[in-house]
Write a protein that binds this ligand. Structure first.
Ligand code: MLT
Ligand code: ZN
Length: 452
């Protein structure tokens, strides 16, 4: 039992092998407090070479590994099921100087999104993905889950930003492809295969990331509309008229009330509305006039407030971005991140409360999300012992609307049993063949993504 720990101590140093329960605890429960499990120990390697040596030691001992970045994942993929060695990547935290000619940068997997943003902005560039967990979420975890966030509309999700990777395979082999060439048709694209593979095929240790122009002039509109259909009408107008549109988000009155009482925010409008849309434009010159013009011509607008100064932008965004924390403060939510074609969105939103209530009438459903992608974050509070039944009913409803059971959070452990609702038997079989080829012993993140 201790032989492996001794070997791990020799690789990373005794201070970075945590065996004591109190020291392991912060790594063993996810951010939502819904997923928890006991690790055999927590190991914190500081270099790719150490990650590779840790993997080789675990492989030789036949002990599975669970990989963790900032522990902000929402589908239970980064916490142990029980007995794994938990490999935390937060000590992999080097950033290289920005390559302004290529508009790229190479960073370690444990670098937080916020640090990456600060680093890119200091060089006059920006990173294309942004999300509310920016201060903790790490580059490696964001690649592993193909994270999305609030600017997918403009720049695509994480996969689109990754130009190359360094990763450790399940036998300790290190794959390095960090050149970031714009065109490179020399066989299988391992980078894109690993992006979104949720740590089941390899451990990402470093990444070559594309950067985008820094757009200093921003305008945000918080708009009150009647319902989801009106929100979609507004989105259509915004997409047609605003070339600088960079975000379009949605939330509803019950979410607004929760956020207001949690974050002590004033009511944004005199009268409550059926739904609220956040639109953001970003450019080199102030986009406020274009936003106001679009709002003035849209029949969907009941009321609107627009800001372009730093404090105003933060204030309007906080109505949307504080949802996750406000919901978690109210209880342990069953979080279901789904997306449907835009034409199905309104019907889904209408049918969801009845679907949840049919399982457990006392549950509370809070819906918000990324309007442009038809990506809703469904948060069900007070499910009691019915979390699995609620998940089943909701995911089946989403599938009936031709949607995906995981839009941007990944499948993890939370949704692995329902993967067949979104992928065919043939696709799942092909995924299993890839998994078996790269990780024949099933060492990396067992139980994540692919159903047992
Ligand atoms: C968000 O868009 O805020 C995140 O995906 C987090 C969440 O769903 O709670
Ligand atoms: Zn999201």
């Amino acid at each position: 039992m201790t032989e492996l720990e001794d070997e791990l101590r020799a690789i990373v140093g005794p201070a970075h092998v945590l065996v004591d329960g109190d020291l392991r605890a912060p790594y063993e429960t996810d951010w939502t407090r819904r997923f928890t499990g006991s690790a055999r120990c927590v190991v914190r390697p500081g270099t790719t070479g150490e990650v590779a040596a840790v993997v080789r030691a675990c492989a030789a001992a036949g002990v599975p590994i669970v990989v963790q970045g900032g522990n902000t994942g929402l589908v239970g993929a980064g916490v142990p099921a029980g007995g794994e060695v938990l490999v935390s990547l937060t000590r992999l935290n080097r950033v290289e100087p920005v390559d302004a000619v290529e508009a790229q940068v190479t960073v370690d997997a444990g670098v937080t999104l916020e640090r990456l943003q600060t680093h890119a902005r200091a060089a006059g560039l920006d990173f294309g993905v942004d999300l509310a967990a920016r201060s903790s979420a790490t580059v490696g975890g964001m690649i592993a889950t193909n994270a999305g966030g609030i600017r997918v509309l403009r720049h695509g999700s994480m996969r689109a930003q990754v130009a190359g990777l360094e990763a450790v395979l399940a036998d300790g082999t290190v794959l390095t492809r960090l050149t970031g060439l714009a065109k490179d048709n020399t066989g299988y694209d391992m980078t894109q295969l690993l992006a979104g593979s949720e740590g089941t095929l390899a451990i990402v240790t470093r990444a070559r990331l594309r950067l985008v122009p820094l757009l200093p002039a921003r305008a945000v509109a918080l708009v009150a509309v009647a319902d989801t259909d009106a929100a979609l009408d507004l989105l259509a107008a915004a997409r047609e008229q605003l070339a600088t549109l960079s975000a379009a988000e949605i939330f509803y009155p019950d979410g607004l009330e929760l956020v207001r009482s949690y974050a002590k925010l004033p009511a944004p409008f005199g009268e409550p509305a059926g739904a609220y849309v956040v639109l953001e434009c970003a450019g080199r010159t102030d986009p406020t006039d274009a936003v106001l013009e679009m709002l003035a011509t849209s029949d969907a607008v009941i009321d609107a407030t627009v800001a372009s100064d730093r404090a105003g932008l933060d204030r309007l965004w906080s109505y949307r971005e504080a949802h996750t924390e406000a919901i978690s403060a109210a209880g342990v939510p069953t979080k279901l991140d789904v997306c449907v074609p835009l034409g199905e969105l309104s019907a889904l939103v209408t049918e969801l409360p009845g679907t949840v209530a049919a399982v457990t009438p006392t549950a509370r459903l809070i819906v918000f999300g990324h309007l442009n992608e038809g990506n809703l974050h469904l948060n069900v509070l007070d499910t009691g012992e019915h979390a699995e039944e609620v998940t089943d009913a909701v995911l089946r409803l989403v599938a009936a609307h031709r949607g995906s059971i995981s839009s941007e959070h990944g499948v993890g452990r939370a949704k692995a049993p329902w993967l067949q609702l979104s992928r065919t038997a043939e696709e799942i079989a092909a995924m299993r063949r890839i998994k078996t080829a790269l990780d024949p012993a099933g060492l990396l993140n067992p139980g994540v993504l692919l159903p047992a």
